[in-house]
Design a protein around this ligand. Structure first.
Ligand code: FE2
Length: 283
């Protein structure tokens, strides 16, 4: 039986898809395109329920929020970050994991994005790993601004939740030095692991059976996604391999989140902005 039992997505703000679909066939096609474009520019909360082998019943229902790729800057303003924070907090997650790329270019944007992200609240804490843009802008600046927030850096380290779940972060595959051994050095044996990192390509470099759930971002769902076309615009193989959603890898089941912000062009198409809520259940 698949460990992935349910999934749903909550878009905002509401747009009347039904009204569009009542038009003529030609009109419906055009309306559908408009809806998809408008819908893609809205932030969605994607809900996933995952049955995790070895998770004790006492932790069944544990909620993990994941968000990444904020890219605060000229294309992504602070109200967009604020909305993501508000919508994550509204889900009452037990723990919040942030997958990097807080800015695109310009370290002056760190102050605002981290000021907003500092409002994230979860009883088990808020944790971060850097993305390739943190390295591109000088990793020292990410570390400096992050250290002034309540958000803890979890690069190549982890922690146990009630001795029944282990949560670990891994460094960025492009710019950093991911260390899988160090990340789980303190993990109790037999305890299921949730591991998060920026770039999903890292999953291909991890040991078999490394985690019950791997969470990544980086791809933006290809941001402007035209089925059968966008794939060929991806510059490297790993970008073509992983786009969005669940993937079964040798290292474990991986979910690739489409991210919050925008990169390069102010457009998303059939790849809506996303924060992801996982509800973990005992298998
Ligand atoms: Fe990104």
């Amino acid at each position: 039986m698949s460990p992935v039992s349910t999934a749903s997505t909550t878009p905002a703000p509401p747009i009347s898809r039904r009204a569009f679909l009542k038009t003529s066939a030609k009109g419906a096609l055009a309306a559908g395109c408009v809806f998809s474009l408008g819908d893609a520019m809205s932030l969605h909360v994607t809900h996933k329920t995952l049955h995790l082998t070895g998770l004790p019943r006492s932790l069944s229902g544990f909620k993990v929020a994941f968000a990444s790729d904020f890219h605060h800057g000229p294309l992504v303003d602070l109200p967009t970050i604020r909305e993501a924070v508000d919508r994550i907090n509204a889900q009452s997650p037990d723990v919040i994991l942030l997958g990097g790329d807080y800015i695109t270019l310009g370290i002056e944007y760190y102050e605002g994005v981290f000021e907003e992200l500092s409002r994230l609240a979860a009883p088990r804490g808020v944790y971060s790993v850097p993305g390739n843009h943190e390295y591109g802008n000088g990793i020292v600046h990410y570390r400096k601004y992050l250290s002034a927030t309540p958000i803890a850096d979890l690069t190549n380290k982890g922690f146990a939740v009630d001795s029944g779940l282990y949560i670990a972060g891994l460094d960025d595959e492009w710019g950093g030095s991911p260390d899988a051994v160090a990340a789980v050095a303190d993990a109790p044996s037999g305890v299921p692991r949730v591991v998060f990192t920026h770039n999903p390509a890292l999953a291909d470099l991890l040991p078999a059976g490394f985690a019950g759930l791997i969470i990544a971002g980086h791809t933006h769902g290809w941001q402007v996604y035209v089925p059968g076309v966008t794939r060929f615009a991806m510059p490297i193989d790993s970008m073509r391999k992983y786009r969005a959603g669940y993937y079964r890898t040798a290292a474990g089941l991986m979910y690739v989140s489409r991210g919050v912000g925008l990169y390069h062009i102010p457009l998303r198409l059939w790849a809506s902005a996303e924060v992801t809520m996982f509800t973990l259940k005992s298998a």
